[in-house]
Design a protein. Structure first.
Length: 308
């Protein structure tokens, strides 16, 4: 019998420090995030030239490992406390902390640690210290709200609510999921699986930036595509894999993935994960249908009231 996994909610500034840097470095690849060209331009304007060059040259492929280290760190109430801890951890201890969870580990952990700490110190000094307090308060409050639901929600349902459609299925290999709110990479969820642990950095959007008209336009544009609507109806019949969709529609897997990604972002379908960051299959998210109908009705009702 497959045991259920436990779930914990964590919110510390060090997590957002990492996510914000990741968002800046890989902004061009992260095509669906909210913070795009204008944010990158403004951020660059506050960075010294030497740091910009360093970030452009750096292959910063260790996001998930830093997140895993933060979850194990006892000194993480502030960014400075985490960086001091990280700087003082020996290469041997880093290996011991990562080895149970990560299959492939560089043999030059000391150099990687030093370079990473240097970059994080500078990123914190020139960018992260200036992040609006309201963003930190937003993440803290959301984590508090999710923590309050841990006892009354099944872990899989709480994760789906937080991520707008990700279902992390039970498995014998999965013992714990760490849910971490993040702002900079919204609306993307960053999911990583380790040996027995999954870290899930879920998106939190600022309510002041929410525009119901734009949200409705986005949903209508998604469903207005004939292929996507047919895919949604096909998935509604029963859960489908990527291969099922590929065979049924006769489209390239990359094209199928493109359409599925649109449906997932709108919360129209669920992505089911089974011990891997690659979805095992997809299913209809029935709550999307009722929410779409309610939001559409409210949009007209509110518009009508405004005209009175």
């Amino acid at each position: 019998m497959t045991n259920n996994y436990s779930i914990s909610i964590e919110q510390y500034p060090a997590y957002e420090l990492i996510v914000s840097l990741y968002t800046f470095i890989y902004n061009r690849k992260l095509k669906t995030i909210d913070l795009k060209d204008q944010w990158v331009k403004e951020t660059k304007g506050n960075l010294p030239p030497h740091l910009i060059r360093k970030l452009e040259d750096e292959r910063w492929e260790v996001l998930h490992r830093i997140v895993l280290l933060i979850s194990q760190c006892s000194e993480k109430e502030t960014v400075d406390a985490f960086l001091k801890w990280f700087e003082g951890v020996s290469a041997g201890e880093l290996y011991e902390r990562l080895a149970p969870w990560v299959d492939t580990i560089s043999t030059d952990l000391g150099t990687i640690r030093d370079k990473t700490v240097e970059i994080l110190h500078e990123w914190n000094e020139y960018y992260f210290k200036n992040v609006k307090p309201a963003i930190h308060a937003l993440l803290k409050q959301d984590a508090k709200d999710k923590q309050g639901k841990v006892g009354s929600y099944q872990p899989i349902d709480l994760i789906e609510e937080a991520t707008n459609g990700l279902r992390i299925e039970k498995s014998d290999q999965l013992n714990r999921v760490v849910l971490i709110p993040q702002y900079h990479c919204s609306p993307v969820t960053i999911l990583d699986f380790f040996n027995g642990i999954a870290t899930c950095l879920y998106p939190v959007r600022n309510p002041s930036e929410f525009d119901p008209t734009k949200e409705m336009i986005s949903a209508l544009q998604c469903l207005g595509d004939e292929t996507r609507l047919k895919m949604l109806l096909y998935v509604a019949e029963q859960p489908r894999t990527l291969i099922d969709l590929h065979k049924h529609f006769g489209l390239a897997k990359s094209t199928i993935h493109h359409h599925i990604a649109h449906l997932r972002r709108e919360g129209a379908i669920r992505s089911h994960f089974m011990g891997s960051s690659t979805p095992a299959f997809y299913s209809l998210r029935k709550s999307f249908i009722s929410k779409f109908s309610d939001d559409f009705t409210k949009l007209f009702e509110n518009h009508g009231e405004a005209q009175v």
